[in-house]
Design a protein around this ligand. Structure first.
Ligand code: FSO
Ligand code: SF4
Length: 591
């Protein structure tokens, strides 16, 4: 196995035996295989589309069959990429089944290709000799003269391509370090964007530009490019991901209302309950509907906390509070609770025997031996197994204080862009008159890395005349701190999940407009923590939008080579975090 896609990768280099996340070599290899099959699917779909377009007269039946199959491919690409994200799916069987489904779709799509037109010369022939060329391709006759010398002996067919496995797919980790790094940056960004597109799609929202870019992105991963071309592609991707984040924001707010500041309890009421983790608001909504009137209370865990801010979700009286802290503490926090836990997305850790029978997965999440709640094609889900389990366990006999694990206090969430910008005048006035001298966005993922207490210390050191915007699960490092208020505005404002990073960008852009300045001229500093691939796509979006001076930690991505890091530092003044006081001094221009 070879995997270096997340922050906790072994030795900050790569996991090559078993993943630090618990991923086994067989799973890792299957995930790579799945990525290659998704690339092949994207190539097959684009190739077929082009062939159909090149026909003088389009056969309407063929076109409609193609469009139907392409619709299935949209979902397969998005969910397939999401499946391979860190801490999502550890279940070899489900990944194998998924690969089979993708291969079936590749064939169905290619059956729509007009028999007399074939464009295989458009695809990966510019790849290096390390490309896994299928021998049937290698023996075909070339008519294309536009090839580089390393592949000039490989001949594309003139027509009649039928088998998806005739489409060459790159070896993901082969090539010079810089090229593997740039290819990986785009691939990991695509994985992150797939998570956003997945949630939006679950709510019935799609954006053609975004969906089309999954095809384009995967095909480009399968090409050779110069460093400059890779960077251009990565920046283009960052802009498309912004559209995807905007789409998800629209999907969530139109479905569940504009988030409003909401107080959330952290203790557990007596009686049966279910804990819901992950990011998918639709799954939470479905579960809340199905548990209404059953006497079961539902508690959010980790990244599900911001769900309390959405009016339509908050309206469920049995959405009772938030349980525990960030994902990396789940193995101790889930140990003794008398309740089952539902994982709608990441971050799932290998469950300990003491609670493994209480873990349920749904959607792209998977773990061998856990009960998986499958959805129907039209998105219906039956949560009866977990509901019955919760009733059987019965919960606590009395109201239960969770003060041992982050309980015993009230958290506040719901400060997404709608809520913050409804006070835009107050905010700009406070900045103008000096009541607010600086705004920090301290957000991103949490994790087990020891250096992550940097973020707690950093927030503790923020001056009293500064605001701290936050989002994602990294907030659990400091969201129980009482930092007080400025003019009635709480100093810590929870803008939502990592999936809501759009909110932070929107607020920053609105402030820049109000002050008639560039985003980089605002008294605003982004201090980010990264863990998995959603953080990668967010970072690429920020860079593509021209945001500079971002502080990033706890370590820089292992998949970024010195050349790539140097480019980011030189162009965007990206700063690896150092020590809280040192960075604070630099940001505020002290000492
Ligand atoms: Fe945290 Fe996990 Fe939201 Fe990430 S739960 S670490 S960016 O997967 O998803 O912030
Ligand atoms: Fe290692 Fe992260 Fe890959 Fe898991 S996802 S195998 S921890 S690099």
């Amino acid at each position: 196995m070879f995997c270096f896609q997340c922050q906790q990768t072994a030795g900050n280099k790569a996991c090559v035996n078993t993943g630090v996340c618990g991923k086994q070599p067989s799973t890792s290899n299957l995930q790579d295989e799945l990525i290659c099959e998704l690339i092949r699917l994207a190539e097959a779909a684009e190739l077929t589309k082009k062939s159909i377009q090149q026909k003088k007269e389009t056969d309407p039946k063929l076109l409609s069959r193609y469009l139907n199959n392409r619709k299935s491919a949209d979902r397969l690409l998005i969910d397939g990429l999401f499946t391979t994200l860190t801490n999502v799916n550890f279940d070899d069987k489900s990944i194998k089944d998924y690969i089979n489904e993708v291969q079936k779709n590749q064939k169905d799509i290619m059956r729509c290709m007009p028999t007399d037109i074939c464009n295989i010369s458009d695809i990966a022939y510019k790849n290096s000799p390390t490309t896994n060329m299928n021998s049937s391709i290698a023996n075909m006759n070339f008519s294309d003269t536009n090839m580089n010398s390393s592949t000039a002996n490989i001949n594309p067919p003139t027509c009649g391509l039928k088998d998806p496995h005739d489409i060459p797919v790159i070896s993901l980790w082969d090539g010079t370090d810089d090229i593997v790094s740039l290819r990986s940056t785009l691939l990991f960004g695509l994985k992150g964007m797939a998570a956003y597109a997945h949630h939006a799609m679950n709510l019935g929202y799609q954006n053609d530009n975004v969906t089309t870019w999954f095809y384009k992105g995967l095909c480009e991963v399968n090409r050779e490019h110069s460093v400059e071309e890779w960077i251009e592609l990565i920046m283009e991707f960052g802009k498309v991901n912004y559209q995807c984040m905007e789409l998800l924001d629209k999907a969530n707010t139109e479905s569940f209302g504009t988030p409003t500041p909401t107080k959330v309890h952290t203790d557990i009421r007596k009686g049966p309950f279910i804990v819901v983790s992950g990011h998918d608001l639709r799954d939470l909504d479905l579960l809340l509907k199905q548990t209404e009137g059953t006497g079961i209370n539902v508690y959010t865990h980790c990244e599900m906390l911001p769900a309390h801010g959405y009016p339509k979700l908050a309206a469920y009286k049995h959405l009772a509070g938030n349980f525990g802290t960030a994902w990396q503490s789940q193995q101790t926090e889930f140990e003794n609770i008398p309740a089952p836990v539902l994982f709608t997305t990441n971050c799932l850790m290998p469950p300990r025997p003491s609670y493994e029978d209480r873990i349920y997965t749904t959607s792209v999440v998977g773990y061998e031996g856990m009960v998986h709640i499958e959805g129907t094609k039209d998105g219906k889900k039956d949560f009866t197994p977990i509901i019955k389990h919760a009733l059987k366990l019965g919960g606590y006999e009395h109201d239960h204080s969770m003060s041992g694990i982050n309980g015993g206090h009230i958290l506040t969430t719901g400060f997404a862009h709608g809520a913050v910008l409804s006070h835009a005048d107050k905010l700009t006035a406070a900045i103008k008159n000096g009541d607010i001298k600086h705004i920090f966005l301290v957000g991103g993922c949490d994790g087990a890395h020891p250096g992550r207490n940097y973020y707690t210390e950093f927030v503790k050191q923020t001056p009293m005349d500064s605001l701290v915007l936050t989002l994602a699960c990294g907030k659990y490092r400091f969201n129980d701190l009482d930092l007080g208020e400025i003019d009635g505005i709480p100093r810590i404002l929870d803008m939502g999940q990592c999936n809501d990073s759009y909110s932070a960008i929107k607020v920053a852009l609105a402030l820049a407009e109000a002050f008639n300045c560039d985003i980089n001229e605002l008294p605003l500093t982004l201090v980010l923590s990264w863990y998995e691939q959603k953080a990668v796509c967010i970072l690429l979006t920020l860079l593509a939008l021209g945001v500079k001076n971002i502080y990033l930690g706890p370590t820089l991505p292992a998949f970024m080579t010195e050349t790539v890091v140097r480019f980011l530092v030189d162009t965007y003044n990206l700063q690896p975090i150092t020590a809280p006081e040192q960075d604070m001094d630099a940001i505020l221009g002290r000492g």
